[in-house]
Design a protein around this ligand. Structure first.
Ligand code: DGY
Length: 320
């Protein structure tokens, strides 16, 4: 059996794959260009990929009819044409569950850092503006008693809710099929998107990216938010219209934003949003701890190995 692994990944996962198949490894921290990827997948039984690899029908056809599995080392799989894979009988696996707490930690880190203006405070020192203790400088926002709106109330959204409860926040939750009872079981109040955006002091996004969530946060929905509201996004950059967000931050339509994900990724260095003091942006590090990335790689390895053996995947993505 032959597999292609499209990135340098934690060694324990490579060892596990090596015991089951012959590996062709892209030994880099950067993704292979699409043309290179198309070449490398030719004739493989399985593909281990990451969220930066575009896995479309053409690439699957380039791989050939023998490919049985595409295993992504991520929970999000919007870069894979899952329907095209299903049509070709290729199983797709992902890594749900294990990165929940780590990603929720980062979402909450961003929330706190934006609320208390941590990046601005560091810049304040570097710019030699810390001349004395000033009663009216760098005033942030209290979490206690504030309303957090969680858009997308799956595992990660619920894990963020647990953290918010400990900080005394009130929680509004929005998900397509969420009931009042399900929201209440997590200490939250169910809200429709309009209601959530108008009432929340902080809005944290946890939806997958798909046709119904693409640019869900746009000029119109941003205008519903409070003028001092803070938007946090740790899901996918495409859920937010980034140009509209830039304008909203620049013009004071909302108070601030903290993003782990951008559109595109990496964010171009001339993107004007990078010039704004009220935008905090980190490079898609939601799941970036050694423990979690190792668990993700191992889970993706298990999906890959099961797939090339023609066995059921431990975590299989179902086409929608
Ligand atoms: C995912 O798994 O989808 C994250 O975005 C990366 O950990």
């Amino acid at each position: 059996m032959r597999v292609f692994v499209s990135r340098r990944i934690p060694e324990p996962a490579l060892e596990r794959i090596r015991a089951a198949a012959e590996i062709n490894l892209w030994e880099s921290d950067d993704p292979p260009p699409y043309a290179e990827l198309s070449e490398r997948v030719r004739g493989v039984d399985g593909l281990f990929c990451t969220l930066n690899d575009r896995i479309d029908a053409l690439l699957m056809d380039a791989a050939g009819k023998q490919i049985k599995v595409i295993s992504i080392m991520a929970v999000g799989y919007d870069n894979i044409d899952v329907r095209a894979a299903a049509e070709r009988g290729i199983a797709v696996g992902n890594t749900p569950g294990i990165l929940t707490e780590t990603t929720a930690d980062l979402a909450f880190t961003l929330l706190l850092a934006a609320a208390r203006r941590i990046p601005e405070s560091m810049a304040y020192i570097r710019e030699q503006r810390w001349t004395t203790w000033k009663p009216m400088d760098l005033l942030g926002r209290d979490l206690s008693g504030a309303v957090l709106g969680i858009v997308g109330f799956g595992r990660i959204g619920q894990a963020v809710a647990r953290r918010a409860q400990a900080f005394g926040m009130r929680i509004l939750a929005h998900s397509r099929s969420l009931t009042d009872e399900q929201a209440a079981a997590h200490g939250a109040e169910r809200a429709d998107l309009h209601d959530l955006l108008t009432r929340a002091d902080f809005v944290s996004i946890h939806t997958p990216l798909n046709d119904s969530t693409r640019r869900l946060i746009n000029a119109e929905t941003l205008r519903l938010m409070k003028r001092d509201a803070i938007l946090i996004n740790t899901s996918r950059g495409g859920v937010v219209d980034q140009r509209a967000l830039y304008e909203a931050l620049r013009d004071g339509v909302i108070g601030g934003a903290a993003l782990d994900v951008t559109d595109p990724e990496p964010i171009p260095l001339d993107d004007p949003i990078l010039t704004l003091p009220n935008a905090l942006i980190v490079p898609h590090i939601g799941s970036a701890t050694l423990q979690t990335r190792t668990k993700m790689a191992l889970m993706a390895a298990d999906n890959l190995i099961a797939g090339i053996r023609g066995e059921p995947l431990p975590n299989r993505v179902q086409p929608r």
